[in-house]
Design a protein around this ligand. Structure first.
Ligand SMILES: [Zn+2]
Length: 199
């Protein structure tokens, strides 16, 4: 899913989207975005990117990197771009799914803190379905089968089973971090790593 993707940062370097290689190059061509070198955080125009990010087409680029072949050149595909003007954070929904709840809660039972593996994990409705609880980001948490059974048709308060944290709807920034197979360079721009750069 990330194979052909470029991470898009807004002007303040907050991750706001992913885009395709084609669209990413187009934003850079139009001078609406700069390419970020994830190694040293230097920003590049298309021209300055070519200085270190291109090879004659007769050469073979490293296989573990993403390169685009044009008529005369191999061009290194950017992993991250930063928008020149846009500074907002568009509201984006992360798909509500069982898998993404597991990821949000880091495959960890929110009641006892154990990580027993997928087969022993379940989704618990904090306010039970039978009592009007909804199936939503805010009412679903990961629970091990043991805790889920123990809690039964009670709220955490009634069962005296405090949660590690309140369930929440993940933002896009957190959602990027949920992705499996995300390029390593992106990790520097999302979640904790991002805050370290900005502070
Ligand atoms: Zn548990």
């Amino acid at each position: 899913m990330f194979h052909d993707s470029i991470l898009v940062l807004n002007k303040s370097w907050t991750p706001i989207a992913t885009t395709t290689m084609k669209r990413g190059f187009s934003l850079v061509f139009q001078d609406r975005a700069r390419i970020v070198d994830p190694e040293n955080y230097e920003m590049h125009s298309f021209e300055s990117w070519l200085v270190g990010g291109s090879l004659p087409s007769i050469e073979q680029p490293p296989e573990d990197e993403r390169w685009l072949r044009t008529a005369n050149l191999w061009i290194r595909v950017p992993e991250v771009i930063v928008l020149q003007r846009f500074n907002g954070v568009p509201r984006r929904e992360l798909t509500f799914s069982r898998r993404n709840i597991y990821r949000r809660d880091n495959f960890t039972c929110q009641y006892c803190g154990s990580r027993p593996g997928l087969k022993q994990l379940s989704i618990d409705h904090v306010m039970p379905l039978s009592r009007g609880g909804r199936t939503s980001w805010e009412n679903c948490v990961v629970a091990c089968v043991k805790c889920n059974t123990r809690k039964g048709d009670r709220t955490p308060e009634e069962a005296r089973m405090p949660m590690a944290r309140e369930p929440f709807r993940p933002s896009f920034n957190e959602g990027v971090g949920l992705g499996v197979g995300m390029p390593a360079s992106w990790e520097r721009f999302v979640g904790v790593a991002k805050r370290e750069i900005l502070e």
